[in-house]
Design a protein around this ligand. Sequence first.
Ligand code: NAI
Length: 398
Amino acid sequence: MATNGELNRKLRMALVGGGQGSFIGRVHATAAVLDNRADLVAGALSSDPVKAKASAPDYDICDARAYTSYQELIESESQLPADERIDFVSVATPNHTHFDIAKQAVDAGFNVMCDKPMTFDLPQAEALAAAVDASGVVFAVTHNYTGYPLVRQARQMILDGELGEINAIRARYVQGWLRTRIETDDQKQATWRTDPARSGAAGCWGDIGTHAYNLGRYMTGLLPETVRCHLKTFETGRQLDDYGTAIVQYQNGALGTVTASQISHGRENEITIEIDGTLGALEWNQEEPNKMMFRRNGHPHQLYTRDPNAPFMNAAGQAACRLPSGHPEAFFEAFANVYRSAYDDIVLRASNQEFDGVNSVYPNVNDGLEGMYFIQQCVASSQQDGAELPLLHSRARR
Ligand code: NAI
């Protein structure tokens, strides 16, 4: 059994969301146990109490710990003896519910794995960050693309100066599933994502634009200065954006673009990033995640493949691999790498040791907060016909 070091036991997880017919809760549950370092023991799996109970056997959660609401979950688990109670809560519900669930969990002293966008709006994100400061819990945000081995490899290469000075970041996340208004047919994932009362001030931009922006920030560490943005709604009658582009100026003079679309025919989950430096350029696409291109003028193009045993892989890339080269690793494994990195800190906290919740390998509450600031400023810029607005939040990862 994985021992979690000094803790010498598995961590105990509760899942909120993930009920029958839902999407990402199952991914959380799978990723969380991939390394045998945690057990899913409790849940409040649905907003519908009947469904919440009925969904529990799908996860082998016993009836006594299949709660009918997140409030009941947090209250009941808080009262259990320390050697039974959960260590962390995973939040896999629609955006408008994240804050209440995460805040209550944080205030009760539970660590949190929260899905993105972190909250409904910026004031909630700021309140949540303050609550995390006050409680000292580990708080991760599942910007799962940061967990891919070749993304971590690239991040380390950039930190080590292999690309030289970074001049440009082109990040895009392009989907096509909202090309028609499937929300009018009650498609579960589409209805809340296109509803301003549940999604937030942005639609496509909050759902996937934040992922693309976060990836560039994570890989380069460049600090943003300003943003100009145009968001569009191409499907008549839809209330929130389904397409957008932003131009980001970074403090070092680099120029970034972020494009997000949910109306591009035939596109599935094409999140692609290209980073240009003075010494070399990188390109990575999550639909082919085990490959990354590195180009330098005058040299043959170098195709990096995910290979934990290859000398060209750096320590960060190798540490994120589980399988030998050629066996594809993808979404679940990358998601599990966010969990794995957060577990290291959860174990430190449980053993009364210091951990760095600011410059963590996993995206943390400050990254979630930055994502909410990005959404707010992009929406405001778009409303002002692409006006240039500040983008550096005081709590941004440095
Ligand atoms: P979904 O609509 O498929 O599932 C949401 C689940 O949450 C349902 O089971 C629903 O009953 C439950 N729920 C709603 N309110 C609840 C409450 N108060 N208490 C307990 N359960 C509640 O939504 P989906 O697609 O799974 O998205 C959930 C979240 O995950 C969203 O914030 C979304 O942005 C994020 N997400 C992240 C992805 C990633 O790659 N990191 C991918 C997909 C979604």
